[in-house]
Design a protein around this ligand. Structure first.
Ligand code: AMP
Length: 138
């Protein structure tokens, strides 16, 4: 698998403000935070996108994300936050190593801004799509 700047951070070849480390997971402050406490949680496994990640690493991330989120809320005083996880350049992924952003949202508006251009899902389209995706899960 390809390496990235995050591989170097895990290997301590590049400095970071580390928050957490265990067998499968590493977490550190984002160097260009959207808000105070903006943190990145990454697997040590160098998968580029979430769909390529092993179940073992995914489980380890899922286990620790709530705990790190709670710590950020307590440390910053924030009461709301977004989890952002970009996959692919078209989806705004810049560093090609799976990462979860934990981004506190504050009353002053700092944090993640979201555009949500939703439309209604038609009944036929919904049924066909649900079947197609479910089939791919088998
Ligand atoms: P994404 O657009 O989801 O790929 O986000 C990549 C994130 O990595 C950005 O928020 C960057 O600010 C952050 N980032 C890039 N290099 C570093 C670094 N050396 N230390 C901490 N965060 C970084």
């Amino acid at each position: 698998m390809a390496t990235s700047i995050f591989t170097k951070i895990i290997a301590r070849e590049i400095p970071c403000f580390r928050i957490h480390e265990d067998e499968h997971v590493f977490a550190f402050l984002d160097i260009n935070p959207l808000s105070r406490g903006h943190t990145l949680v990454i697997p040590k496994e160098p998968a580029q996108t979430l769909d390529q990640l092993s179940e073992e690493s995914a489980a380890a991330l899922g286990r620790v994300l709530p705990r790190i989120s709670r710590a950020i809320l307590r440390a910053t005083g924030a009461t709301a936050f977004n989890i952002l996880q970009n996959n692919g350049a078209m989806a705004h992924q810049v560093v090609m190593h799976v990462h979860f952003h934990i981004i506190p949202k504050y009353a002053d508006g700092s944090g993640l801004g979201i555009q949500w251009p939703a439309r209604a899902l038609g009944a036929d389209e919904g049924a066909a799509l649900a079947t197609a995706i479910t089939d791919q899960l088998q």
